[in-house]
Design a protein around this ligand. Structure first.
Ligand code: URA
Length: 246
């Protein structure tokens, strides 16, 4: 698996050998990538190229590898509509990992989830192989708001809402955590906006005000909602990281 690292584009991109481009995109070992090209299985912008050393600018290059159409991204940042029943852990236990929902090249690139969603939580999850971007997106300094649609067991009331906005104390930290917004959509549906990402934060905050989370869906990160046409289990490139940065 390719290591997570800084893959920032230099200001002057340099052409690279096609086999190297395939390797960096996650299509196999260097040898396998050379073989794919050599055997005529790789097309660049619709034309077969069978010279592994033929050079191209990688970022944005449209290729097809053994029939799989691929737009090369030097840095991978993707959004996934996470369904229930998948773990975000890189070493999943009882449930399959979210990586199983990504195509093989992205799995090989070792993308890491930007924060985690519980196995039973659905909604927007970002994954990247860019170390500095991951740090930026997860740093508590950056306060990226995340919106959760929370279905609760007991009817919501103003007392619970006020407590969530004023701050509640969780068991691992004496410092209260507060919601940026807590809108009662209906008796059992709360729309909660958080800027921190503590372990089981929504479930623990709701427990702290005497309620219980029955279902949880992350509907937005920063300015990025779950796209209407991104079904549970589907992924898509996120080409504009500014949408999820403050
Ligand atoms: N808070 C939780 O309790 N669970 C999640 O999956 C995300 C936020």
């Amino acid at each position: 698996m390719l290591a997570l690292m800084s893959k920032k584009k230099s200001n002057t991109p340099r052409p690279e050998a096609l086999s190297q481009i395939l390797f960096m995109q996650g299509f196999g070992t260097r040898r396998e990538c050379e073989g794919l090209v050599f055997h005529g299985l790789v097309q660049v912008q619709g034309e077969v190229v069978d010279d592994p050393d033929a050079e191209f600018l990688s970022d944005g290059l449209s290729i097809s590898v053994d029939g799989m159409v691929w737009i090369c991204h030097d840095v991978a940042l993707v959004m996934l509509h996470k369904p229930a029943g998948y773990e975000c852990s890189l070493k999943p236990g009882a449930w399959p990992g979210v990586h199983n929902l990504l195509p093989v090249p992205l799995r090989r690139r070792g993308l890491q989830p930007v924060g985690r969603l519980d196995q039973d939580t659905t909604g927007l999850l970002l994954l990247t192989d860019d170390g500095p971007l991951l740090h930026k997106l997860t740093s508590p300094k950056h306060h990226v708001p995340k919106v959760y649609e929370v279905t609760v067991k007991h009817p919501l009331d103003e007392r619970q809402q006020a407590a969530l906005l004023a701050g509640v104390v969780l068991d691992d930290d004496p410092q209260p955590v507060k919601a940026e917004a807590a809108d009662i959509v209906s008796d059992h549906h709360l729309r909660l906006t958080l800027t921190q990402g503590k372990y089981h934060q929504v479930k623990r905050m709701l427990a702290a005000v005497g309620n219980r989370v029955e279902a949880l869906h992350r509907s937005r990160i920063g300015r990025l909602p779950v796209p209407d046409d991104l079904a549970p289990g589907q992924w898509r490139w996120l080409d504009d990281p500014s949408l999820v940065l403050p």
